[in-house]
Design a protein. Structure first.
Length: 306
C-alpha cells in the first residue's frame, strides 16, 4: 500500500457558534490526485487550512507529511505548496520578481537558478519580465503554480485553482498536475468542475462541514445507488415538469433534446416512467449515473442543522 501523506481523524473547527468542519477523517496517499468537492461554504477551505497548519483544529488529530498538525505546523508549511483561491502575488512586480521574492522567503540557495528553472518548467520564459497584474487568468495561474513548486514540496494543496479560467487553460493546468503526480508529488485539489473531478483518482465530498462520501470516482457512483434513464422526444420541458411531481424522480435534468432522470428506488422510478413508454415519440435508455448526478444527490441529502 502507498504511504499516507495525510491522515487525519475527526477534525473539527468552530467559528463562534458556527461549525465549519465537523469530525472529518481523511487519508491521502502518496502520488494521489485527491479531489475535494462540495458547494460554496461547505468547509473545503477550512479543512485545507487545518491540514497545512494555517489553522489549529478544536478537536481531532492527525499528521501531514509525517508531522503532527497541532504541534509541528511550521515544519508542514515548509514542505507544502499551497495555492489559494485568490491571486496573492504583487501585481506591480514581474513574474520573475515575484518568484524571486518567494524564493527569498524560503531562504533558497542558488535562488536565481531555481527561479529560472521554475519559469522554464511552466513555460513562462517569454513572459518572465511581464507585470503580474497584466497577466490573464491562465498565466496568473501558472505563476501561482510555479511559486508553489519553487521549494520542491512533496504535497500540493490547491484551493479551487481553476476558478474563472478558460477551458484550454484549465486543461493545460491539469496536464501539469498529472505530470507532477507522475513524478511523486501528492496533490489535494478542491474544485467545482465535474470534468476535473473525473481526472482525480480519489475524491471526497463535504457539505455543511460533514464529510459525506470518499472513494474513487467509480466507488462513489456505485455506493450512491442511483439509477439513471435518458429520455429523448418532444416537449421535453413539459415532460420534466410532470416527472418532477413524483418523489421517485429525484433528479430531472434537461440536456439539449433529452432528459436525465435519476432516483435511488429503481422500481418506483420504473413505475413513474412506464406511462410514457407506450408513446412511440419517446426513446428510453438506461444510462450510467454521472459524478454530477452523485454530487447533486449528496447535496440534496445534506442539511445544515448548525
Amino acid at each position: 500500500m502507498s504511504e499516507a501523506v495525510i491522515q487525519v481523524k475527526e477534525l473539527s473547527k468552530h467559528f463562534g457558534s458556527k461549525t465549519a468542519v465537523n469530525k472529518v477523517s481523511l487519508t491521502v496517499n502518496q502520488g494521489d490526485i485527491f479531489g475535494f468537492l462540495g458547494p460554496n461554504g461547505s468547509g473545503k477551505t477550512t479543512t485545507i487550512r487545518l491540514l497545512c497548519g494555517l489553522l489549529t483544529p478544536d478537536h481531532g488529530e492527525g499528521h501531514c507529511l509525517g508531522y503532527d498538525i497541532r504541534t509541528q505546523a511550521t515544519q508542514i508549511k515548509r514542505e507544502v505548496g499551497y495555492m489559494t483561491q485568490r491571486f496573492s502575488f504583487y501585481e506591480d512586480l514581474t513574474i520573475r520578481e515575484n518568484l524571486e521574492f518567494v524564493a527569498r522567503i524560503y531562504a533558497m540557495r542558488r535562488l536565481k537558478t531555481a527561479v529560472t528553472k521554475a519559469i522554464e518548467n511552466l513555460g513562462l520564459t517569454h513572459r518572465q519580465h511581464q507585470l503580474a497584474g497584466a497577466l490573464s487568468g491562465g498565466w496568473k495561474q501558472r505563476l501561482a503554480l510555479a511559486a508553489c513548486m519553487l521549494h520542491r514540496p512533496r504535497l500540493l494543496l490547491l484551493d479551487e485553482p481553476t476558478a474563472g479560467v478558460d477551458p484550454q487553460a484549465r486543461r493545460d493546468f491539469w496536464d501539469e498536475i498529472h505530470a507532477l503526480a507522475s513524478s511523486g508529488v501528492t496533490v489535494l485539489v478542491s474544485t467545482h468542475y465535474m470534468d476535473e473531478a473525473e481526472r482525480c483518482n480519489r475524491l471526497a465530498y463535504i457539505s455543511h462541514g460533514d464529510l459525506m462520501a470518499a472513494g474513487t470516482p467509480q466507488e462513489l457512483i456505485d455506493i450512491s445507488g442511483l439509477v439513471t434513464w435518458t429520455l429523448e422526444g418532444p416537449n421535453i420541458h413539459e415532460l420534466a415538469r410532470e416527472l418532477r411531481q413524483s418523489p421517485a424522480a429525484q433528479q430531472v435534468v434537461p440536456f439539449g433534446n433529452s432528459l436525465h432522470v435519476s432516483g435511488t428506488d429503481s422500481v418506483a422510478l420504473a413505475r413513474v416512467l412506464d406511462p410514457f413508454r407506450h408513446n412511440p415519440d419517446y426513446r428510453f435508455q438506461e444510462a450510467k449515473p454521472s459524478l454530477e448526478d452523485v454530487f447533486i444527490d449528496l447535496t440534496s441529502r445534506s442539511v445544515d442543522t448548525r
